[in-house]
Design a protein around this ligand. Structure first.
Ligand code: ADP
Ligand code: G6P
Length: 549
Protein backbone atom coordinates (compact mmCIF):
# COMPACT_ATOMS: atom_id res chain seq x y z
CA UNK A 1 0.00 0.00 0.00
CA UNK A 2 2.87 2.33 0.83
CA UNK A 3 4.28 1.38 -2.60
CA UNK A 4 0.96 2.30 -4.21
CA UNK A 5 1.05 5.67 -2.51
CA UNK A 6 4.63 6.25 -3.54
CA UNK A 7 3.77 5.33 -7.16
CA UNK A 8 0.76 7.62 -7.14
CA UNK A 9 2.75 10.45 -5.61
CA UNK A 10 5.66 9.76 -8.00
CA UNK A 11 3.33 10.30 -10.96
CA UNK A 12 2.18 13.53 -9.45
CA UNK A 13 5.75 14.67 -8.99
CA UNK A 14 6.65 13.87 -12.59
CA UNK A 15 3.61 15.85 -13.57
CA UNK A 16 4.54 18.89 -11.52
CA UNK A 17 8.33 18.89 -11.74
CA UNK A 18 9.30 16.56 -14.56
CA UNK A 19 11.95 14.88 -12.42
CA UNK A 20 12.74 11.14 -12.27
CA UNK A 21 11.19 9.42 -9.23
CA UNK A 22 14.25 8.44 -7.19
CA UNK A 23 13.36 7.07 -3.73
CA UNK A 24 14.15 10.43 -2.17
CA UNK A 25 12.05 12.44 -4.61
CA UNK A 26 9.22 9.90 -4.33
CA UNK A 27 9.17 10.36 -0.61
CA UNK A 28 9.46 14.11 -0.98
CA UNK A 29 6.51 13.92 -3.33
CA UNK A 30 4.53 12.21 -0.57
CA UNK A 31 5.14 15.32 1.47
CA UNK A 32 4.14 17.36 -1.59
CA UNK A 33 0.89 15.38 -1.68
CA UNK A 34 0.43 16.05 2.03
CA UNK A 35 0.54 19.81 1.77
CA UNK A 36 -2.22 19.77 -0.84
CA UNK A 37 -4.84 17.95 1.19
CA UNK A 38 -7.01 19.70 3.79
CA UNK A 39 -4.68 20.37 6.72
CA UNK A 40 -5.63 20.33 10.39
CA UNK A 41 -3.97 23.69 10.76
CA UNK A 42 -2.50 25.93 8.09
CA UNK A 43 1.26 25.32 7.74
CA UNK A 44 3.17 28.47 8.73
CA UNK A 45 5.80 29.96 6.45
CA UNK A 46 9.07 27.97 6.34
CA UNK A 47 11.45 29.05 9.04
CA UNK A 48 15.21 29.45 8.69
CA UNK A 49 15.69 27.95 12.16
CA UNK A 50 14.43 24.60 10.85
CA UNK A 51 16.09 23.72 7.56
CA UNK A 52 13.51 22.64 4.99
CA UNK A 53 14.19 21.07 1.58
CA UNK A 54 12.34 22.75 -1.26
CA UNK A 55 10.34 21.05 -3.97
CA UNK A 56 9.48 22.88 -7.11
CA UNK A 57 5.76 22.19 -6.76
CA UNK A 58 5.26 22.99 -3.06
CA UNK A 59 7.18 23.52 0.17
CA UNK A 60 8.22 20.21 1.64
CA UNK A 61 8.10 19.16 5.26
CA UNK A 62 10.97 16.68 4.99
CA UNK A 63 13.30 17.34 7.92
CA UNK A 64 16.46 16.17 9.51
CA UNK A 65 15.30 14.67 12.76
CA UNK A 66 17.15 13.06 15.62
CA UNK A 67 14.47 10.88 17.22
CA UNK A 68 15.22 9.74 20.77
CA UNK A 69 13.22 7.06 22.60
CA UNK A 70 14.07 4.33 25.07
CA UNK A 71 12.57 1.56 22.89
CA UNK A 72 13.66 1.76 19.28
CA UNK A 73 11.72 0.90 16.13
CA UNK A 74 13.34 -2.54 16.02
CA UNK A 75 15.03 -4.84 18.47
CA UNK A 76 17.53 -7.45 17.29
CA UNK A 77 17.44 -11.19 17.93
CA UNK A 78 18.46 -14.46 16.24
CA UNK A 79 16.23 -16.74 14.20
CA UNK A 80 16.23 -20.57 14.29
CA UNK A 81 19.23 -20.67 11.92
CA UNK A 82 21.22 -18.34 14.13
CA UNK A 83 20.85 -15.41 11.71
CA UNK A 84 20.45 -11.90 13.12
CA UNK A 85 16.90 -10.60 12.64
CA UNK A 86 15.24 -7.25 13.38
CA UNK A 87 11.90 -7.60 15.21
CA UNK A 88 9.34 -4.82 15.63
CA UNK A 89 9.53 -3.09 19.02
CA UNK A 90 6.44 -3.60 21.25
CA UNK A 91 3.90 -1.02 22.46
CA UNK A 92 2.13 1.94 20.91
CA UNK A 93 5.05 4.37 20.73
CA UNK A 94 7.03 2.30 18.23
CA UNK A 95 3.91 1.23 16.26
CA UNK A 96 3.18 4.89 15.64
CA UNK A 97 6.67 6.32 15.24
CA UNK A 98 8.06 3.69 12.89
CA UNK A 99 6.41 5.58 10.02
CA UNK A 100 8.43 8.74 10.85
CA UNK A 101 11.38 7.30 8.96
CA UNK A 102 9.32 7.08 5.75
CA UNK A 103 8.84 10.84 5.70
CA UNK A 104 12.00 12.34 7.17
CA UNK A 105 15.75 11.97 7.33
CA UNK A 106 15.97 10.25 10.66
CA UNK A 107 18.76 9.37 13.02
CA UNK A 108 17.11 7.33 15.78
CA UNK A 109 18.74 6.94 19.19
CA UNK A 110 17.41 4.14 21.42
CA UNK A 111 18.56 1.86 24.23
CA UNK A 112 20.18 -1.45 23.37
CA UNK A 113 17.60 -3.65 25.13
CA UNK A 114 18.16 -7.26 24.00
CA UNK A 115 21.49 -9.10 24.21
CA UNK A 116 21.68 -8.94 20.42
CA UNK A 117 21.07 -5.15 20.53
CA UNK A 118 24.10 -4.87 22.81
CA UNK A 119 26.19 -6.85 20.30
CA UNK A 120 25.03 -4.55 17.49
CA UNK A 121 25.94 -1.52 19.63
CA UNK A 122 29.36 -2.98 20.40
CA UNK A 123 30.06 -3.69 16.73
CA UNK A 124 29.08 -0.10 15.87
CA UNK A 125 31.53 1.28 18.51
CA UNK A 126 29.23 4.07 19.65
CA UNK A 127 28.28 5.15 16.12
CA UNK A 128 24.97 4.80 14.30
CA UNK A 129 24.29 2.01 11.80
CA UNK A 130 22.32 2.02 8.53
CA UNK A 131 18.86 0.50 8.81
CA UNK A 132 15.93 0.19 6.42
CA UNK A 133 12.23 0.61 7.18
CA UNK A 134 9.54 -1.76 5.89
CA UNK A 135 9.27 0.10 2.55
CA UNK A 136 13.04 0.26 2.13
CA UNK A 137 13.46 3.85 3.40
CA UNK A 138 16.89 4.34 4.88
CA UNK A 139 17.51 5.71 8.37
CA UNK A 140 20.32 5.55 10.91
CA UNK A 141 19.98 3.75 14.24
CA UNK A 142 22.21 4.57 17.21
CA UNK A 143 21.84 1.97 19.95
CA UNK A 144 23.13 3.04 23.35
CA UNK A 145 24.48 0.16 25.45
CA UNK A 146 23.98 1.54 28.97
CA UNK A 147 25.74 0.30 32.06
CA UNK A 148 23.57 -2.72 32.90
CA UNK A 149 23.07 -1.87 36.57
CA UNK A 150 22.22 1.74 35.75
CA UNK A 151 19.71 0.58 33.14
CA UNK A 152 18.14 -1.87 35.59
CA UNK A 153 17.61 0.94 38.13
CA UNK A 154 16.37 3.27 35.41
CA UNK A 155 13.85 0.86 33.81
CA UNK A 156 12.88 -1.57 36.57
CA UNK A 157 12.82 0.86 39.51
CA UNK A 158 12.32 4.45 38.40
CA UNK A 159 10.75 4.71 34.93
CA UNK A 160 8.13 1.97 35.16
CA UNK A 161 7.19 1.18 38.78
CA UNK A 162 7.54 4.86 39.74
CA UNK A 163 6.90 7.32 36.88
CA UNK A 164 4.49 5.07 34.94
CA UNK A 165 2.55 4.29 38.13
CA UNK A 166 2.43 7.94 39.16
CA UNK A 167 1.36 9.18 35.75
CA UNK A 168 -1.40 6.55 35.41
CA UNK A 169 -2.73 7.13 38.98
CA UNK A 170 -2.02 3.49 39.87
CA UNK A 171 -1.00 3.86 43.53
CA UNK A 172 -3.24 3.39 46.53
CA UNK A 173 -1.55 6.26 48.41
CA UNK A 174 -2.28 4.92 51.89
CA UNK A 175 0.24 2.13 51.28
CA UNK A 176 2.29 2.96 48.20
CA UNK A 177 4.75 4.23 47.20
CA UNK A 178 7.33 4.11 49.96
CA UNK A 179 10.29 6.07 48.64
CA UNK A 180 13.18 4.29 50.30
CA UNK A 181 16.93 4.62 49.74
CA UNK A 182 16.68 2.27 46.76
CA UNK A 183 14.39 4.72 45.02
CA UNK A 184 16.82 7.59 45.60
CA UNK A 185 19.66 5.44 44.19
CA UNK A 186 17.50 4.53 41.22
CA UNK A 187 16.95 8.21 40.53
CA UNK A 188 20.59 9.26 40.87
CA UNK A 189 22.48 6.23 39.56
CA UNK A 190 19.76 5.01 37.18
CA UNK A 191 17.43 7.66 35.76
CA UNK A 192 19.92 10.55 35.84
CA UNK A 193 22.76 8.35 34.53
CA UNK A 194 20.77 6.89 31.63
CA UNK A 195 19.46 10.34 30.67
CA UNK A 196 23.07 11.55 30.69
CA UNK A 197 24.04 8.70 28.33
CA UNK A 198 21.14 9.61 26.01
CA UNK A 199 22.16 13.28 26.05
CA UNK A 200 25.76 12.30 25.14
CA UNK A 201 24.45 10.23 22.21
CA UNK A 202 22.36 13.21 21.04
CA UNK A 203 25.40 15.49 21.22
CA UNK A 204 27.40 12.95 19.19
CA UNK A 205 24.68 12.79 16.51
CA UNK A 206 24.48 16.60 16.44
CA UNK A 207 28.17 16.59 15.46
CA UNK A 208 27.05 14.81 12.23
CA UNK A 209 23.85 16.85 11.74
CA UNK A 210 24.20 20.18 13.55
CA UNK A 211 20.96 21.59 12.08
CA UNK A 212 18.74 18.65 12.95
CA UNK A 213 15.72 19.02 15.22
CA UNK A 214 15.92 16.71 18.23
CA UNK A 215 12.63 14.95 18.98
CA UNK A 216 12.56 13.24 22.40
CA UNK A 217 9.84 10.78 23.36
CA UNK A 218 8.16 9.76 26.56
CA UNK A 219 8.71 9.43 30.28
CA UNK A 220 12.10 7.76 30.08
CA UNK A 221 13.81 10.95 28.93
CA UNK A 222 12.60 13.91 30.97
CA UNK A 223 16.12 15.03 31.94
CA UNK A 224 17.96 14.63 28.62
CA UNK A 225 16.66 17.87 27.01
CA UNK A 226 18.16 20.07 29.78
CA UNK A 227 21.51 18.27 29.46
CA UNK A 228 21.54 18.83 25.69
CA UNK A 229 20.40 22.45 26.04
CA UNK A 230 23.31 23.20 28.39
CA UNK A 231 25.84 22.15 25.71
CA UNK A 232 23.91 23.30 22.62
CA UNK A 233 21.77 26.33 23.59
CA UNK A 234 20.49 26.94 20.03
CA UNK A 235 19.44 23.47 18.98
CA UNK A 236 15.73 22.96 18.25
CA UNK A 237 14.41 20.52 20.86
CA UNK A 238 10.94 19.00 21.09
CA UNK A 239 9.46 16.35 23.35
CA UNK A 240 6.30 14.28 23.01
CA UNK A 241 4.88 12.65 26.15
CA UNK A 242 2.90 9.54 25.17
CA UNK A 243 1.34 8.89 28.57
CA UNK A 244 -1.08 10.88 30.79
CA UNK A 245 0.13 13.95 32.66
CA UNK A 246 -1.58 14.03 36.06
CA UNK A 247 -2.58 17.03 38.17
CA UNK A 248 0.17 18.90 40.06
CA UNK A 249 -0.72 17.40 43.47
CA UNK A 250 -0.04 13.90 42.17
CA UNK A 251 3.55 15.00 41.43
CA UNK A 252 3.87 16.02 45.08
CA UNK A 253 4.30 12.32 45.89
CA UNK A 254 7.86 12.66 44.57
CA UNK A 255 10.52 14.56 46.54
CA UNK A 256 10.72 18.25 45.63
CA UNK A 257 14.15 17.95 43.99
CA UNK A 258 12.93 15.15 41.69
CA UNK A 259 9.61 16.64 40.65
CA UNK A 260 11.25 19.99 39.92
CA UNK A 261 14.04 18.36 37.88
CA UNK A 262 11.40 16.54 35.78
CA UNK A 263 9.45 19.71 34.99
CA UNK A 264 12.65 21.72 34.48
CA UNK A 265 14.05 19.05 32.14
CA UNK A 266 10.96 19.08 29.94
CA UNK A 267 10.94 22.87 29.88
CA UNK A 268 14.39 22.87 28.27
CA UNK A 269 12.57 21.94 25.03
CA UNK A 270 11.15 24.47 22.56
CA UNK A 271 7.95 22.47 22.21
CA UNK A 272 6.38 19.94 24.58
CA UNK A 273 3.50 17.88 23.14
CA UNK A 274 0.76 15.72 24.65
CA UNK A 275 -2.04 13.62 23.15
CA UNK A 276 -4.92 15.54 24.73
CA UNK A 277 -5.96 18.94 26.02
CA UNK A 278 -6.47 17.30 29.44
CA UNK A 279 -2.82 16.19 29.84
CA UNK A 280 -1.56 19.46 28.37
CA UNK A 281 -3.51 21.60 30.81
CA UNK A 282 -2.25 19.51 33.76
CA UNK A 283 1.33 20.12 32.60
CA UNK A 284 0.75 23.89 32.33
CA UNK A 285 -0.70 23.91 35.85
CA UNK A 286 2.18 21.82 37.17
CA UNK A 287 4.76 24.18 35.67
CA UNK A 288 3.03 27.03 37.48
CA UNK A 289 2.44 25.28 40.82
CA UNK A 290 5.62 23.25 41.17
CA UNK A 291 8.21 25.46 39.47
CA UNK A 292 6.62 28.89 39.82
CA UNK A 293 6.98 29.39 36.05
CA UNK A 294 4.93 32.09 34.30
CA UNK A 295 2.23 30.35 32.28
CA UNK A 296 -0.04 31.77 29.60
CA UNK A 297 -2.86 29.22 29.53
CA UNK A 298 -4.53 30.81 26.49
CA UNK A 299 -1.44 30.64 24.26
CA UNK A 300 -0.17 27.49 25.92
CA UNK A 301 3.25 28.91 26.71
CA UNK A 302 5.55 28.67 29.72
CA UNK A 303 8.26 31.23 30.49
CA UNK A 304 11.06 29.46 32.26
CA UNK A 305 14.73 30.36 32.72
CA UNK A 306 14.41 33.21 30.22
CA UNK A 307 12.96 31.06 27.43
CA UNK A 308 9.44 30.53 26.16
CA UNK A 309 8.23 26.96 25.71
CA UNK A 310 5.21 26.09 23.57
CA UNK A 311 2.96 23.36 25.03
CA UNK A 312 0.62 21.65 22.54
CA UNK A 313 -1.75 18.70 22.21
CA UNK A 314 -2.13 16.50 19.14
CA UNK A 315 -3.33 12.90 19.46
CA UNK A 316 -0.98 10.50 17.70
CA UNK A 317 -2.34 8.07 15.14
CA UNK A 318 -1.37 5.16 12.90
CA UNK A 319 -0.64 4.79 9.21
CA UNK A 320 -3.98 3.51 7.77
CA UNK A 321 -2.21 2.21 4.64
CA UNK A 322 0.00 -0.01 6.79
CA UNK A 323 -3.10 -1.53 8.40
CA UNK A 324 -4.92 -1.93 5.05
CA UNK A 325 -1.91 -3.81 3.79
CA UNK A 326 -1.58 -5.89 6.96
CA UNK A 327 -5.28 -6.84 6.90
CA UNK A 328 -4.82 -8.70 3.61
CA UNK A 329 -1.34 -10.07 4.32
CA UNK A 330 -0.74 -13.81 4.30
CA UNK A 331 0.02 -13.98 8.02
CA UNK A 332 -3.16 -12.14 9.01
CA UNK A 333 -5.37 -14.15 6.63
CA UNK A 334 -3.98 -17.38 8.08
CA UNK A 335 -4.61 -16.16 11.64
CA UNK A 336 -8.11 -15.10 10.63
CA UNK A 337 -8.86 -18.59 9.27
CA UNK A 338 -7.82 -20.09 12.61
CA UNK A 339 -10.03 -17.58 14.42
CA UNK A 340 -13.02 -18.24 12.13
CA UNK A 341 -12.75 -21.97 12.77
CA UNK A 342 -13.61 -21.41 16.43
CA UNK A 343 -15.57 -18.15 16.17
CA UNK A 344 -18.51 -17.79 18.60
CA UNK A 345 -21.72 -16.09 17.54
CA UNK A 346 -20.56 -12.88 19.25
CA UNK A 347 -16.91 -11.99 19.76
CA UNK A 348 -15.85 -9.52 22.46
CA UNK A 349 -12.20 -8.50 22.14
CA UNK A 350 -9.55 -6.82 24.21
CA UNK A 351 -5.94 -6.28 23.07
CA UNK A 352 -3.42 -4.95 25.56
CA UNK A 353 -0.02 -5.25 27.11
CA UNK A 354 -0.38 -6.93 30.51
CA UNK A 355 -0.13 -3.57 32.24
CA UNK A 356 -2.05 -2.65 35.41
CA UNK A 357 -3.13 0.59 33.70
CA UNK A 358 -5.09 -1.44 31.14
CA UNK A 359 -7.61 -2.63 33.76
CA UNK A 360 -7.87 -6.18 32.47
CA UNK A 361 -9.08 -7.76 35.72
CA UNK A 362 -12.01 -5.33 36.04
CA UNK A 363 -12.85 -6.07 32.39
CA UNK A 364 -13.19 -9.79 33.22
CA UNK A 365 -15.31 -8.96 36.25
CA UNK A 366 -17.60 -6.84 34.05
CA UNK A 367 -17.95 -9.76 31.64
CA UNK A 368 -18.82 -12.03 34.56
CA UNK A 369 -21.57 -9.60 35.65
CA UNK A 370 -22.83 -9.51 32.06
CA UNK A 371 -23.03 -13.31 31.88
CA UNK A 372 -24.89 -13.32 35.21
CA UNK A 373 -27.42 -10.81 33.95
CA UNK A 374 -27.81 -12.42 30.50
CA UNK A 375 -27.86 -16.18 30.84
CA UNK A 376 -29.37 -16.34 27.32
CA UNK A 377 -25.94 -15.29 25.99
CA UNK A 378 -24.03 -18.09 27.68
CA UNK A 379 -22.46 -20.42 25.09
CA UNK A 380 -23.01 -17.71 22.42
CA UNK A 381 -20.43 -15.09 23.39
CA UNK A 382 -16.67 -15.26 24.07
CA UNK A 383 -14.29 -12.60 25.34
CA UNK A 384 -10.99 -13.02 23.48
CA UNK A 385 -8.12 -11.39 25.41
CA UNK A 386 -4.95 -11.04 23.32
CA UNK A 387 -2.36 -9.90 25.82
CA UNK A 388 1.27 -9.05 25.19
CA UNK A 389 3.33 -9.95 28.31
CA UNK A 390 5.00 -6.75 29.45
CA UNK A 391 7.82 -5.70 31.86
CA UNK A 392 7.90 -9.07 33.62
CA UNK A 393 11.06 -8.34 35.64
CA UNK A 394 9.10 -5.80 37.65
CA UNK A 395 7.25 -7.50 40.56
CA UNK A 396 4.10 -5.36 40.16
CA UNK A 397 3.83 -6.49 36.52
CA UNK A 398 4.53 -10.17 37.25
CA UNK A 399 1.88 -10.07 40.02
CA UNK A 400 -0.61 -8.39 37.71
CA UNK A 401 -0.14 -11.09 35.07
CA UNK A 402 -0.88 -13.66 37.80
CA UNK A 403 -4.03 -11.73 38.77
CA UNK A 404 -5.18 -11.72 35.13
CA UNK A 405 -4.73 -15.49 34.89
CA UNK A 406 -6.49 -16.12 38.19
CA UNK A 407 -9.48 -13.94 37.37
CA UNK A 408 -9.92 -15.46 33.87
CA UNK A 409 -9.74 -18.94 35.42
CA UNK A 410 -12.36 -18.03 38.03
CA UNK A 411 -14.84 -16.81 35.39
CA UNK A 412 -14.17 -19.84 33.18
CA UNK A 413 -14.55 -22.31 36.05
CA UNK A 414 -17.82 -20.73 37.03
CA UNK A 415 -19.48 -20.69 33.60
CA UNK A 416 -17.77 -23.09 31.19
CA UNK A 417 -19.95 -25.74 29.61
CA UNK A 418 -18.94 -28.43 27.10
CA UNK A 419 -16.47 -26.85 24.67
CA UNK A 420 -17.54 -23.26 25.51
CA UNK A 421 -15.09 -21.26 27.66
CA UNK A 422 -16.26 -17.68 28.13
CA UNK A 423 -12.76 -16.14 28.31
CA UNK A 424 -10.19 -17.11 25.69
CA UNK A 425 -6.96 -15.85 27.24
CA UNK A 426 -3.98 -15.69 24.88
CA UNK A 427 -0.84 -14.32 26.45
CA UNK A 428 1.72 -13.71 23.73
CA UNK A 429 3.08 -11.12 21.34
CA UNK A 430 1.09 -11.92 18.19
CA UNK A 431 0.61 -8.94 15.92
CA UNK A 432 -0.87 -10.95 13.00
CA UNK A 433 -3.38 -12.58 15.39
CA UNK A 434 -4.20 -9.15 16.76
CA UNK A 435 -5.00 -7.67 13.33
CA UNK A 436 -7.07 -10.77 12.45
CA UNK A 437 -9.09 -10.30 15.65
CA UNK A 438 -9.51 -6.57 14.87
CA UNK A 439 -11.24 -7.64 11.64
CA UNK A 440 -13.58 -10.03 13.44
CA UNK A 441 -14.75 -8.46 16.70
CA UNK A 442 -18.34 -7.47 17.47
CA UNK A 443 -17.33 -5.41 20.50
CA UNK A 444 -13.89 -4.02 21.46
CA UNK A 445 -13.42 -3.27 25.16
CA UNK A 446 -10.89 -0.56 26.10
CA UNK A 447 -11.49 0.12 29.80
CA UNK A 448 -8.06 1.52 30.80
CA UNK A 449 -7.72 3.06 34.29
CA UNK A 450 -5.86 5.88 32.49
CA UNK A 451 -4.16 5.74 29.09
CA UNK A 452 -2.21 8.46 27.28
CA UNK A 453 -4.05 7.64 24.05
CA UNK A 454 -4.67 3.91 23.23
CA UNK A 455 -3.80 3.05 19.65
CA UNK A 456 -5.61 -0.29 19.81
CA UNK A 457 -8.94 1.55 19.44
CA UNK A 458 -7.74 3.33 16.29
CA UNK A 459 -6.15 0.23 14.73
CA UNK A 460 -9.26 -1.85 15.42
CA UNK A 461 -11.70 0.73 14.01
CA UNK A 462 -9.69 0.88 10.78
CA UNK A 463 -9.82 -2.80 9.85
CA UNK A 464 -12.99 -4.17 11.47
CA UNK A 465 -15.35 -5.90 9.02
CA UNK A 466 -18.35 -6.65 11.29
CA UNK A 467 -19.59 -3.17 12.22
CA UNK A 468 -17.99 -3.71 15.61
CA UNK A 469 -18.77 -1.39 18.51
CA UNK A 470 -16.03 0.42 20.48
CA UNK A 471 -16.41 0.68 24.25
CA UNK A 472 -13.96 3.31 25.51
CA UNK A 473 -12.80 4.32 28.97
CA UNK A 474 -13.46 7.99 29.61
CA UNK A 475 -9.85 8.15 30.92
CA UNK A 476 -8.21 6.97 27.69
CA UNK A 477 -6.84 9.84 25.60
CA UNK A 478 -8.51 8.39 22.50
CA UNK A 479 -11.89 9.06 24.16
CA UNK A 480 -11.41 12.79 23.43
CA UNK A 481 -11.47 11.93 19.71
CA UNK A 482 -13.63 8.84 19.21
CA UNK A 483 -16.27 9.19 21.96
CA UNK A 484 -18.96 10.54 19.59
CA UNK A 485 -19.07 7.10 17.97
CA UNK A 486 -18.20 4.85 20.92
CA UNK A 487 -19.91 3.79 24.13
CA UNK A 488 -18.20 5.50 27.08
CA UNK A 489 -17.49 3.74 30.37
CA UNK A 490 -16.14 4.67 33.76
CA UNK A 491 -13.19 2.26 34.18
CA UNK A 492 -13.94 1.62 37.87
CA UNK A 493 -17.65 0.96 37.40
CA UNK A 494 -17.75 -2.74 36.52
CA UNK A 495 -21.55 -2.78 36.63
CA UNK A 496 -21.61 0.09 34.12
CA UNK A 497 -19.17 -1.84 31.91
CA UNK A 498 -21.42 -4.93 32.04
CA UNK A 499 -24.35 -2.75 30.92
CA UNK A 500 -22.22 -1.28 28.14
CA UNK A 501 -21.37 -4.79 26.90
CA UNK A 502 -25.09 -5.54 26.73
CA UNK A 503 -25.87 -2.28 24.97
CA UNK A 504 -23.05 -2.79 22.46
CA UNK A 505 -24.26 -6.31 21.65
CA UNK A 506 -27.84 -5.16 21.10
CA UNK A 507 -27.37 -1.89 19.16
CA UNK A 508 -29.36 -1.86 15.92
CA UNK A 509 -27.28 -2.93 12.90
CA UNK A 510 -27.64 0.42 11.15
CA UNK A 511 -26.40 2.31 14.19
CA UNK A 512 -23.40 0.00 14.60
CA UNK A 513 -22.45 0.55 10.99
CA UNK A 514 -22.82 4.35 11.17
CA UNK A 515 -20.70 4.55 14.31
CA UNK A 516 -17.89 2.35 13.01
CA UNK A 517 -17.73 4.01 9.59
CA UNK A 518 -17.52 7.44 11.21
CA UNK A 519 -14.81 6.36 13.67
CA UNK A 520 -12.74 4.72 10.92
CA UNK A 521 -13.18 7.77 8.72
CA UNK A 522 -11.95 10.01 11.54
CA UNK A 523 -8.80 7.87 11.94
CA UNK A 524 -8.15 7.94 8.18
CA UNK A 525 -8.44 11.72 8.08
CA UNK A 526 -6.37 12.20 11.24
CA UNK A 527 -3.60 9.78 10.42
CA UNK A 528 0.03 9.64 11.39
CA UNK A 529 1.06 11.96 8.57
CA UNK A 530 -1.38 14.57 9.87
CA UNK A 531 0.13 14.17 13.36
CA UNK A 532 3.65 14.63 12.01
CA UNK A 533 2.54 17.73 10.09
CA UNK A 534 1.00 19.12 13.27
CA UNK A 535 4.23 18.53 15.22
CA UNK A 536 6.31 20.19 12.54
CA UNK A 537 4.06 23.20 12.35
CA UNK A 538 4.45 23.52 16.14
CA UNK A 539 8.23 23.65 15.64
CA UNK A 540 7.73 26.34 13.01
CA UNK A 541 5.25 28.37 15.06
CA UNK A 542 7.73 28.31 17.90
CA UNK A 543 10.63 29.30 15.65
CA UNK A 544 8.62 32.19 14.16
CA UNK A 545 7.72 33.43 17.65
CA UNK A 546 11.33 33.01 18.73
CA UNK A 547 12.46 35.25 15.87
CA UNK A 548 9.87 37.86 16.81
CA UNK A 549 11.46 37.79 20.27
P1 ADP B 1 0.55 0.97 24.87
O1 ADP B 1 1.35 1.90 24.05
O2 ADP B 1 0.35 1.40 26.28
O3 ADP B 1 1.02 -0.45 24.80
P2 ADP B 1 -1.45 1.25 22.77
O4 ADP B 1 -2.84 0.74 22.70
O5 ADP B 1 -1.28 2.67 22.39
O6 ADP B 1 -0.93 0.95 24.25
O7 ADP B 1 -0.51 0.40 21.80
C1 ADP B 1 -0.36 -0.99 21.92
C2 ADP B 1 0.31 -1.51 20.66
O8 ADP B 1 0.76 -2.84 20.90
C3 ADP B 1 -0.63 -1.55 19.48
O9 ADP B 1 0.08 -1.22 18.30
C4 ADP B 1 -1.10 -3.01 19.46
O10 ADP B 1 -1.43 -3.48 18.17
C5 ADP B 1 0.12 -3.74 19.99
N1 ADP B 1 -0.29 -4.94 20.77
C6 ADP B 1 -1.07 -4.98 21.87
N2 ADP B 1 -1.26 -6.24 22.29
C7 ADP B 1 -0.58 -7.03 21.44
C8 ADP B 1 -0.38 -8.44 21.35
N3 ADP B 1 -0.93 -9.31 22.22
N4 ADP B 1 0.42 -8.89 20.35
C9 ADP B 1 0.97 -8.03 19.47
N5 ADP B 1 0.82 -6.69 19.50
C10 ADP B 1 0.05 -6.19 20.47
C1 G6P C 1 4.01 2.51 26.04
C2 G6P C 1 5.02 3.59 26.34
C3 G6P C 1 6.26 3.38 25.47
C4 G6P C 1 6.79 1.97 25.68
C5 G6P C 1 5.68 0.94 25.39
C6 G6P C 1 6.11 -0.50 25.63
O1 G6P C 1 3.62 2.64 24.72
O2 G6P C 1 4.44 4.86 26.10
O3 G6P C 1 7.26 4.32 25.82
O4 G6P C 1 7.89 1.72 24.80
O5 G6P C 1 4.58 1.22 26.24
O6 G6P C 1 6.71 -0.63 26.89
P1 G6P C 1 8.19 -1.15 27.06
O7 G6P C 1 8.51 -0.93 28.50
O8 G6P C 1 8.14 -2.60 26.67
O9 G6P C 1 9.07 -0.36 26.12
Amino acid sequence: MVDRRIRRAGNELRHCAGSPPSLLTRLESLACERVRRPALSEPPPPSPSFPINHLRCAPVARRKLIVVSNRGPVTFGRDGDGQRVALRGGGGLTTALRSLVLHHEVRWIASAISAEDRLVAEEASGESIHERARDGSAYRLHLVAHDEQAYDRFYNVFANPTLWFLQHYLWPLAVAPSLDRGLHHAWRDGYVAVNRAFADAVLAELEHEPDATVFFHDYHLYLAPRLVRESRPDTALAHFVHIPWPQPDVWRVLPDEIRRAIHDGLLANDVVGFHTARWRSNFLRGSEDLLGAAVDHGRGTVDHRGREVLVTSHPISVDPHEFDELATSEAVLAAEQRLLARRPEKLLLRVDRTDPSKNIVRGFRAFELYLDAHPEMQERVVMLALLDPSRQEIPEYAEYLGAIQRSARAVNERFERGTWRPIDLQIRDDFAGTVAAYKQFDVLLVNAVFDGLNLVAKEAALVNERDGVLILSENAGVHEELSPWALSVNPFDVAGQADALHRALTLPAEERRTRLVAAADHVRRHDLEAWIEAQLSDFDRKAVRGRRG
